[in-house]
Design a binder for this molecule. Structure first.
Ligand code: PEP
Ligand code: MN
Length: 340
């Protein structure tokens, strides 16, 4: 349930309430919004809820107690009515600016990564992406350079100033990846890896949670809840396409998920038109659609020579195509009251 405090509630009222809830065995989460302070109390036995709600309502500083019926709570709009903004370095994700993360699918070499980082920065990207640990459907394909790639990403950050996002696939690597990365990505194949989600709930770095390729929006938000319930609220959701009967595209990019999630959750939402389509020619139009639909960020694969890429070359933009996409996106963002 959520407890909405009266505007007159003081810090000591809040403390009293938090202690009261903890004594009852609740997990307590606090959301201080522009207008209201809301306390989320998670984990009450079902049968006690009505009585407890009545007891809490008797505090003079409690305005209202509302049960949350949805299966996700902390990531829902009821708990935090304002949109969340996640700060990474000096980049705000979830604000007026549409943040573009770009870079190679996989870090292949220092030269390739640094060259790409410089090019995407020059074209207006503000975060560098690059895979170090690569998930792969085939056991025979490239699985990334591991820690060497993390070091290359850190070097690219030093040179360009761009914060870095990279995927973590294994609970055993969380500490290592968190040492180098500014945002930790959970890929589509791991959206329901609950041990990994829980581990990322315990770190103090933003996480980008991709939608499972066969997951509903509600399942995706529950996966985010796994992270949030451990105390890490810095979560960015990412629509990256889902499996349908269509085989022309690699996945079917669900553009409707962007406004749908925006209504249900306060978390920023990113779009990945690269994995969402699998074809470089479709990346710019789908990126435009995502921005028009309200995406807070984009993550796009860019490679100096896509035809030579070790992974995902068919969906990677070369530098010229990326630059071109960025100028088209600027117009699109302006049309919906935002900027790139
Ligand atoms: C990636 O971003 O390179 C990736 C593997 O994405 P996904 O998990 O969406 O397939
Ligand atoms: Mn990829």
């Amino acid at each position: 349930m959520i407890i909405i405090l009266a505007p007159s509630a003081t810090e000591s009222d809040l403390e009293e309430l938090v202690n009261n809830l903890k004594e009852r065995g609740y997990g307590v989460h606090i959301s201080k919004g522009v207008e209201k302070t809301i306390v989320g109390a998670i984990g009450a036995p079902e049968e006690d809820k009505a009585i407890i709600a009545e007891q809490l309502s008797s505090f003079s500083y409690v305005e209202r107690v509302i049960p949350i019926l949805k299966p996700y709570k902390i990531v829902g709009r009821e708990f935090h009515p304002d949109k969340s903004i996640i700060r990474v370095g000096d980049v705000d994700i979830g604000g007026q600016r549409v943040v573009v993360m770009a870079g190679p699918c996989s870090v292949e070499s220092e030269e390739q990564t640094i060259e790409t980082a410089k090019a995407v920065k020059a074209a207006g990207a503000s975060i560098l992406r690059g895979g170090a640990f690569k998930p792969s459907t085939s056991p025979y394909s490239f699985h990334g350079l591991g820690e060497d790639a993390l070091k290359i990403l850190a070097a690219a950050r030093d040179i360009t100033g761009l914060p870095v996002i990279t995927e973590v696939m294994d609970t055993r690597d969380v500490e290592l990846v968190a040492k180098y990365a500014d945002i930790l990505q959970i890929g589509t194949r791991n959206m329901t890896n609950f041990a990994l989600l829980t581990e990322l709930g315990n770190i103090k770095k933003p996480v980008m949670l991709k939608r499972g390729m066969s997951s509903t929006i509600e399942e995706w938000l529950q996966a985010a809840e796994y992270i949030a319930t451990k105390g890490n609220y810095e979560i960015i959701l990412c629509e990256r396409g889902i499996r349908t009967f269509e085989t022309f595209t690699r996945n079917t990019f669900d553009v409707s998920a962007i406004p749908a999630v925006g209504g249900l959750s306060h978390l920023p939402i990113a779009a990945d038109p690269s994995h969402g389509t699998g074809k470089s020619s479709l990346v710019p139009p789908v990126a435009r659609a995502a921005v028009a639909a309200g995406a807070d960020a984009l993550i796009v694969e860019v490679h100096p020579t896509p035809e030579k890429a070790l992974k995902d070359g068919a969906q990677s933009l070369n530098f010229a195509a990326f630059e071109n996409m960025m100028s088209e996106l600027a117009l699109c963002a302006r049309a919906v009251g935002r900027y790139i």
